[in-house]
Design a protein around this ligand. Sequence first.
Ligand code: HEC
Length: 189
Amino acid sequence: MPKLKVLTLVLFTGILVATGAAIAQMTDKSFARGVVSADGAISLPSNFRTDYVMLGAWSVAGDADTGGGVGLHVVYAPRGVVDVYRKTGKFPDGAVLVKELFKGKTETLTTGEATSAADQAGYFVMVKDTKGRFPGNPLWGDGWGWAFFEPGQITNTVTKDYKAECLACHEPVRSTDLIYDYAYPVLKP
Ligand code: HEC
């Protein structure tokens, strides 16, 4: 092949590859928008209380996150995620789950001993990633991004490695994509 033709071919292929990469990046910008940055950093969605659907809640006696007191864990996901899950039984790519932790305040009311949400104790966030987008990033793997946030620190996760800090506790529910989904009535069709 003449030199010029080879050069043109090389250039053309280069442009194609670059365009492909740019398009892939553009389409990926919509991946968990506002929650996941281009390099895989995870932050807490600021609107989850008002815009997400509450999936369900847990009351945990002697909770480690609340210094041994009763903890309340309230779990949220965007409405679109709930719609897809109810149809398919699966969390779609980009699905965000938020678990908000509270210290429980227990008192005797007219109903009996009742516990309500008092001080915040932190937030857990998981983001579904079906494409393995961030290989080598220790917050991503097993189909999810994983992060914990202290109250008031919603853009800076304290999580360094999900395998050490999250995974073992979620292994019992591996068959349901590592999520304790049986506790969320909203997800049931
Ligand atoms: C000590 C065990 C333990 C650790 C460590 C742990 N989890 Fe969980 N997680 C659970 C359990 C059990 C539930 C459901 C019951 C509850 O909240 O009490 C849960 C629920 C969740 C939920 C709500 C969705 C679901 O699976 O029901 C999210 C989101 C979550 N965890 C994220 C994380 C992330 C992110 C980490 C690491 C930063 C983490 N968890 C570490 C035990 C753990």
